[in-house]
Design a protein around this ligand. Sequence first.
Ligand SMILES: NC(=O)c1ccc[n+]([C@@H]2O[C@H](COP(=O)([O-])OP(=O)(O)OC[C@H]3O[C@@H](n4cnc5c(N)ncnc54)[C@H](OP(=O)(O)O)[C@@H]3O)[C@@H](O)[C@H]2O)c1
Length: 266
Amino acid sequence: MTDNAPSREFADRTILVTGGTSGMGLATARLLLAAGAQVVITGRDDARLARAAEQLTAEQPAGGDRLLTVRADVAVPADLARLADTVRERHGTLDGVFANAGVGVFQPAADVTEGVFDHTVDVNFKGVFFTVQHALPLLEAAGGGSVVLNASWTPHRGLPDAPVYAATKAAVLSLARTLGTGLAGRGIRVNSVSPGFIATEMFHAIVPDPAAHEPIRASVPLGRLGRAEDVAETVVFLLSDRSSYITSQDIVIDGGLVPAVQAVAG
Ligand SMILES: NC(=O)c1ccc[n+]([C@@H]2O[C@H](COP(=O)([O-])OP(=O)(O)OC[C@H]3O[C@@H](n4cnc5c(N)ncnc54)[C@H](OP(=O)(O)O)[C@@H]3O)[C@@H](O)[C@H]2O)c1
């Protein structure tokens, strides 16, 4: 092992992962724990949080003491204020945030109700914004840090069945660009990731029929659906010092999907 061995990279660092009970958030928490971080995961449901904690602790018994679970709905700013208080009491500061929690309702414009519109915006846009806002004092207290927002490949193309979802993710892309430039002077980097088709609970909820997976898989130049770990590896890179000169950027993790769509369109 070298001095840069991954298992030590995040020692003494505290990272918040919203939506850490499944999918990309859980995969990122797993890598961070393995790299020595203190990890805080959130979700809306105590039972799902307990299950995620059990899973992570069973995989990495030494990481159990470094894991904190907090029930907090990102759509409710009061929950995010309480989350920040809890992190402050337990750790004092924060070195990084993966603002990952999100919901995906894929419906053509004509079917979107006001309730679905509001909920999607509240979680995916308002939730990400206030997650970062409440984390800022904790990041500043650490002398700076890294924030990664989970956007999506959908705003990089036209997807007829996801106008509201894609618009919220376009807002997330915009937040990464503007917050990144605005916070650079305070030592805080902000970037986003744009995952393609990643086989998580959300993907299976949107595409429940396994028969529909084959054409999706075939449309991806790399020939497979993404794994939560594919995204987690990039998120951990962006949270680490290895990316210390990168801010206000978006990294698309989609197996080549967006360039392929653009090539067809062109
Ligand atoms: N899967 C894809 O193909 C794909 C592609 C591009 C982008 N994304 C984005 O990736 C992110 C993670 O999704 P995933 O695919 O990993 O799906 P997932 O396995 O369903 O995970 C979603 C996570 O978000 C949490 N969550 C949802 N609403 C929340 C709320 N109001 N407050 C707090 N936590 C909330 C869930 O926690 P609880 O349910 O336990 O509360 C869960 O931990 C999302 O932002 C999604 O838009 C996904």
